[in-house]
Unconditional design. Structure first.
Length: 365
């Protein structure tokens, strides 16, 4: 029996496809993606950035392929990284064929944008021959002209109609190894489009709010949009699109999944906003701990609460808890049980020690 039934998410069962070694859909875990912003032709810079994304936990990384030089560079890039690479292709069907031949694990295309059925068939053949999946990437900013004329502006119905059209193009060419996205920078449009699409098909869905903005604004918009879809059981892989370091996208993606209890990585800090009751400087303490514990990958729940109002209650639900106490006597908890007292000057040192000890215990088990 689940201890907290209110936290159960009934995820929709979709088809399972492969993006390289990563399973997407079916019973597989929800994967986190990002995209490089280096020149793809600069192989070293691109590989270095992908390594940083791997270290942050990215499961899949997308690389833009606007020209032949970029698709040629893919071979060297793929050879030197560990995550599956998605080639981002727009309009030119030959780039898609080249990317598949160079070893891309997935092609991000809109079949309807790459020309005649003959060209689509060539792309599909190349994808099949090279064990390459496809993502149909519908975007409100690049909808087909006929749909804009029909609906006057981007709307959920237009995005879903575009997706259905592109789905049929692939199915008619006997290709089913694909996932779909229907993104917009508008949260309402994005959420409604994904909900409509989820009712229509059982292909895996790639979630995201496109062009969400800078680190703060974009993370909030993405959390609202992606979060409510995930809570409704919709979605198989996510990308948080930020005008920021791509590593921030991966961190934000994992924070969304952590917040929903879907997937955990690293230390999840539960902390109060602080007030006049705080027995130690909560904000400064949390900032220092975030930096000191950034290297931890094992899931750990840590509560940092400045006073006894909510401190013991939060500590009861975390691996390690700290509650502020009077006379410079703060109380540390392990698995909800009082463990030891610590002066404010030693909080950082002691909490880091306890977290690292708990990580060792969990890793050994």
């Amino acid at each position: 029996m689940n201890v907290r039934p209110h936290r159960i998410i009934n995820r929709k069962k979709t088809r399972e496809i492969k993006v390289g070694k990563i399973s997407v859909g079916g019973n597989s875990q929800i994967s986190v993606q990002s995209m490089t912003n280096t020149l793809t032709t600069d192989v070293k810079a691109t590989v270095d950035q992908i390594h940083l994304l791997e270290e942050a936990g990215a499961d899949i990384v997308r690389v833009s392929c606007p020209d032949e030089e970029s698709t040629k560079a893919l071979k060297s890039i793929i050879k030197n990284v560990n995550v599956p690479i998605v080639a981002d292709i727009h309009f030119h069907y030959k780039r898609a064929i080249e990317a598949a031949e160079m070893g891309a694990s997935c092609l991000r295309i809109n079949p309807g944008n790459i020309g005649s059925n003959k060209r689509i068939l060539e792309v599909v053949k190349s994808a099949k021959d090279n064990n390459c999946s496809i993502r149909i990437g519908v975007n409100a900013g690049s909808l087909e002209k006929n749909l804009l004329e029909k609906y006057k502006e981007p709307c959920p119905e237009a995005l879903v109609e575009s997706a259905k059209y592109n789905i049929k193009l692939l199915e008619d060419n006997d290709f089913f190894n694909f996932k779909i996205s229907v993104k917009s920078s508008d949260i309402f449009l994005t959420v409604k489009a994904y909900k409509k699409l989820s009712k229509f098909c059982d292909y895996p869905l790639h979630l995201g709010v496109t062009e969400a903005g800078g680190l703060l604004t974009g993370s909030i918009k993405s959390s609202i949009g992606i979060g409510q879809l995930l809570m409704d059981g919709i979605g198989d892989t996510i990308r948080v699109s930020l005008s920021s370091d791509p590593v921030d996208e991966v961190k934000a993606g994992f924070e969304i999944l952590k917040s929903l209890g879907i997937r955990s990585r690293g230390v999840n800090i539960i902390s109060c906003p602080s007030c006049a009751r705080q027995a130690f400087p909560v904000i400064e303490t949390v900032k220092k701990l975030e930096k000191k514990l950034a290297h931890i990958k094992t899931p750990i729940n840590l509560s940092i609460i400045g006073c006894v109002v909510n401190g013991p209650g939060e500590a009861a639900l975390t691996d390690i808890g700290l509650t502020g106490g009077g006379q410079d006597s703060n109380l540390l908890y392990l698995s909800g049980i009082p463990h030891s007292k610590v002066p404010s000057s030693k909080i950082i040192e002691r909490v880091v020690e306890l977290v690292e000890e708990r990580v060792k215990q969990k890793d050994q088990n």
